[in-house]
Design a binder for this molecule. Structure first.
Ligand code: PLP
Length: 362
């Protein structure tokens, strides 16, 4: 038996897939201070975890969950203040990003993705045979809204994707500018609001009430601290959700994730407190980093900070990892050569990062 898969078999795989790169978190390794994935530093309080154990015993593991969990959807509808039929839930917002691709992107379709932006969007577009159109950011790393509007008016892409606040820059797009983009577009405008809880500008969700071409994507991975459970949701007009229901994978939200989501949506005061704390921790961390004149620090509307030193970022990352602190190298984005990204942790995690940085930079 041959050990290798013959090339003519591999050639049967779609060229867009063969040309793609797998989504992997580079440099991931076990460390004590993990500040590389914009996660919440807060796990669920033990008292709530115990409450979940009870719910866990009530779950029939042998039964499928519903295609779209009704109670969770109702709780999210009331959380967002939207009517029935406006929400689709998924296995993290990443899954819903792929559902967008299945629903909208055909071979040769132009999709506008201002750069730099969360890399998954570009891979989703390419995997579906679409063509990402890139509007470069301004020199201060803001989304160049004039360039975005000009491209929309020239091409009228089916989809324009915005992330506000944006990852990897941490910067929000002013709401008036988002509205200008939405108005200019004949196609859909997807607004990824993974970090909206941290955004001083507030959410763009209300645009949905006025403009039928708005689609909002959100996650419980960040402010809600559920990255390990995988829960995300998409909000759009019911006619759009009805169509997306045809292109989504069924049963993507399991019974346990549904219970955890429901529990946290009943404890929004806890989430609000934690968001307030994280905002303070992030600002304190940024101020401490700005004390050094050998670090370039960007402002942030999120729970993470983009920064650059005179050192090679890969080397700096490695040196910090040797001190048990993990951050992320953003040099893969052509506009962000030299930059690293640090997620704000707890004060003691941030101190460990700052101490390691001081040791490494001298
Ligand atoms: C802008 C943005 N959207 C989506 C996600 C992924 O969210 P989820 O964990 O729900 O798949 C991330 C994660 O880092 C992100 O930064």
């Amino acid at each position: 038996m041959s050990k290798h898969v013959p090339e003519q078999l591999l050639a049967l795989i779609r060229p867009a897939v063969r040309a793609a790169k797998p989504y992997l978190v580079p440099g991931a390794r076990p460390v004590s201070v993990k500040l590389n994935q914009n996660e919440s530093p807060f796990d669920l309080p033990p008292v709530l975890k115990r409450e979940l154990l009870e719910a866990f015993f009530q779950i029939d593991f042998n039964r499928y969950p519903s295609e779209q969990p009704t109670k969770l959807i109702q709780a999210l509808e009331s959380h967002c203040g939207v009517g029935p039929g406006s929400i689709l839930v998924g296995n993290g917002s990443n899954e819903l990003t792929y559902t967008l691709g299945m629903c909208f992107v055909e071979e040769g379709d132009a999709v506008l993705t201002p750069t730099p932006m969360f890399a998954l969007y570009e891979s989703m577009v390419r995997l579906h045979g679409g063509v990402p159109l890139q509007a470069e950011c301004t020199t201060d790393y803001q989304v160049d809204c004039d360039a975005v509007v000009a491209t929309i008016e020239r091409v009228q892409p089916k989809l324009t994707i915005l992330a506000s606040p944006n990852n990897p820059t941490g910067l929000a797009i002013p709401k008036k500018e988002i509205e200008r983009i939405v108005k200019a577009a004949d196609g859909f405008v997807v607004i990824d609001e993974a970090y909206h809880e941290f955004n001083p500008e507030g959410a763009a969700l209300d645009l949905l009430m006025r403009y039928p071409n708005v689609i909002i994507l959100r996650t419980l991975s960040k402010a809600f601290g559920l990255a390990g459970l995988r829960l995300g949701y998409l909000v759009a007009r019911p006619e759009i959700i009805a169509e997306m229901m045809k292109s989504r994978l069924p049963f993507m939200v399991d019974r346990l994730a549904e219970q955890v989501g429901l529990l946290l949506l009943r404890h929004q005061d806890l989430i609000r407190d934690r968001v307030d704390q994280i905002k303070v921790y992030t600002e304190n961390l940024r101020q401490a980093m700005m004390q050094r004149d050998d670090i370039d620090v960007l402002p942030t509307d999120t729970n993470f900070i983009l920064f650059r030193t005179g050192h090679d970022p890969a080397e700096l990352l490695q040196n910090l990892a040797n001190h048990d602190v993990l951050v992320r190298n953003m040099g893969g984005y052509p506009q962000l050569k030299g930059y690293l990204r640090v997620t704000s942790g707890t004060p003691s995690e941030n101190k460990a990062f700052l101490d390691a940085l001081t040791t490494v930079l001298g």
